[in-house]
Design a protein. Structure first.
Length: 510
């Protein structure tokens, strides 16, 4: 069997959970054409001493906007990811009417930490309105990875109700129109429907995002529209109107990484659930600074942080301070004790001294390693929640796959390597109906990754300014042990070097 490319000399872990075995893989015409020995090819990629596996699948991304200015969907493509699902939490950027572009951009700015200026100039808003037109635009621009996307509840509500989507319940006529929009989106190829009732999701002017304003009756009606399409995944973020106890027969998403934000007080995401901070969202910067200086505001904020879900000050530390670089990694409680002030006063005073440029590590959740070690190998639990493409100035968990393989499999031994590969590939492919991907079999799409199991690791995080409008982000662009990555048979990484010009990805229309 002649092939365009032969991946030779590796141990094949095929994504089914079966034991690894010595086998070469032949690729031609974007597909796997041979698995085994004796494969001839025009080019060879050396996999000696390494693992050959299906490309990894990231089911929880927010690359909806970034796909237009970063076709490589970095850093996901550096870490062996070959397929992503966008539109999570109900925040697709289509359908969208022209008059709602600014409103949606402000929503994404506050709830997903996306720069308003970057969104304004980086997305070709004029190229689409309906969800189908959005997928057409992504396809026309080209993408390095395979790209699927939910149609989002917040976007649908804004499309039908405009600004009032933030303010009130939908009428029966509006719900019927939303059902029609969802049906049209599903017919155009949406991967499913996503919504959020998470109390932390506050958008424009600090208001609950539109999906949180919806009633359970509205949600049920919209889910029926998806059901009538006969396919697709429903992604529900419970809380509020969606009680956890009502969730049955589901695939929970879990993360192998602690949820750690690097925030500052210009956009304090982990504090915006409290009324005092929420009221400052969309206020001019000078008003925010004035509030931080005001003793009355401080007293009210301190009271809110000490009641209900008490803020975990012991999980907050200084990440970087321009005026006091020696404070890096210093716990806030220790700093407050040294200064003889409250933790809130310590954070506010240091931030004001730094013109709000101080950054703090805020550990929000998922930080009990014993619980994480118990969760991630479980049956019927999906590895997800990377939020790739969101909160880009505050975190970067797009490197979750290399973290799982290095930290949790090799170092901690929480599951066999074959099991981990299955949970990154075959398992999500089966749940999302990606029947052409997720396993290494003759006839399947040639989405493949070659990695060194002895060294694979996510590498360091670093802060860069490479987004439109001088937008900044944290990125993990130097993974360890990821040698080759192919998408639809085209190498997008060879011998550890990315090929950023390659755009072999496909828009996956369900």
């Amino acid at each position: 069997m002649d092939a365009d490319i032969v991946i030779r000399g590796g141990t094949l872990i095929d994504g089914t959970g079966s034991p690894g075995r010595a086998a070469d893989v032949g690729v031609a015409g974007g597909r796997i054409v041979a698995v085994g020995a004796g494969i001839d090819g025009r080019r060879e990629l050396d996999a000696s001493g390494q693992v050959v596996a299906p490309g990894f699948i990231d089911i929880h991304t927010h690359y909806d906007a970034q796909v237009f200015w970063d076709a490589g969907l970095t850093p996901s493509s550096y870490h062996g990811v070959t397929t992503v699902i966008a539109g999570n939490c109900g925040f697709s950027i289509a359908p969208l009417r022209p008059e709602s572009v600014e409103l949606l951009a402000h929503t994404l700015q506050h709830v997903e930490d996306m720069s308003f200026d970057t969104l304004s100039v980086g997305v070709p808003w004029h190229e689409f309105e309906t969800f189908g037109q959005y997928l057409d635009a992504v396809e026309a621009h080209g993408v390095t990875l395979n790209f699927g996307c939910y149609v989002g509840h917040t976007a649908v509500r804004l499309y039908v109700m405009g600004e009032e989507a933030y303010e009130r319940a939908a009428t029966a006529e509006e719900i019927a129109r939303m059902q029609a929009v969802i049906a049209e989106s599903m017919a155009a190829g949406a991967a499913g429907f996503a919504t959020s009732a998470n109390p932390a999701h506050n958008g424009d002017r600090g208001r609950p995002v539109p999906s949180r304003v919806a009633s359970m009756d509205e949600l049920r009606a919209l889910l029926q529209a998806v059901g009538r399409s006969g396919r697709g995944v429903l992604a529900l973020l419970p809380g509020g109107v969606i009680p956890y106890e009502d969730m049955v027969e589901v695939w929970p998403q879990v993360s192998c990484r602690p949820l750690v934000f690097q925030m500052n007080l210009e956009e304090p995401f982990t504090l915006n659930t409290r009324a005092s901070f929420r009221a400052l969202m969309d206020r001019p910067r000078e008003q925010r600074i004035a509030a931080y200086r005001d003793p009355a505001w401080r007293a009210k904020a301190a009271e809110e942080l000490a009641t209900g879900y008490v803020f975990r000050w012991h999980k907050l530390s200084v990440a970087e301070s321009p005026s006091r670089p020696e404070l890096a990694n210093r716990p806030v409680l220790a700093l407050a004790d040294e200064l003889g002030v409250s933790p809130l006063d310590a954070v506010l005073d240091l931030s004001l001294a730094d013109d709000l440029k101080t950054r703090f590590w805020s550990v929000a959740a998922n930080d009990d390693p014993e619980v994480v070690a118990w969760l991630i190998p479980r049956d019927n639990v999906l590895i997800g929640l990377a939020d790739s493409g969101a909160h880009v100035s505050q975190l970067c968990d797009a490197c979750f796959a290399t973290d799982l393989l290095g930290n949790w499999v090799r170092e901690r031994g929480v599951m066999p390597l074959e099991r981990a590969v299955h949970k990154l590939t075959g398992e999500p492919a089966g749940v999302y109906g990606l029947h052409d991907r997720g396993t290494v079999e003759v006839g399947r799409a040639a989405d493949l990754v070659v990695f060194d199991p002895d060294t694979v690791a996510p590498g360091p995080l670093r802060r860069v300014r490479d987004f439109p409008a001088d937008g900044e982000r944290l990125t993990a662009d130097a993974p360890v042990g990821v040698t080759h990555v192919l998408v639809n048979g085209v190498p997008i990484r060879e011998d550890g070097v990315p090929r950023v010009d390659a755009r072999p990805g496909r828009v996956l229309r369900a």
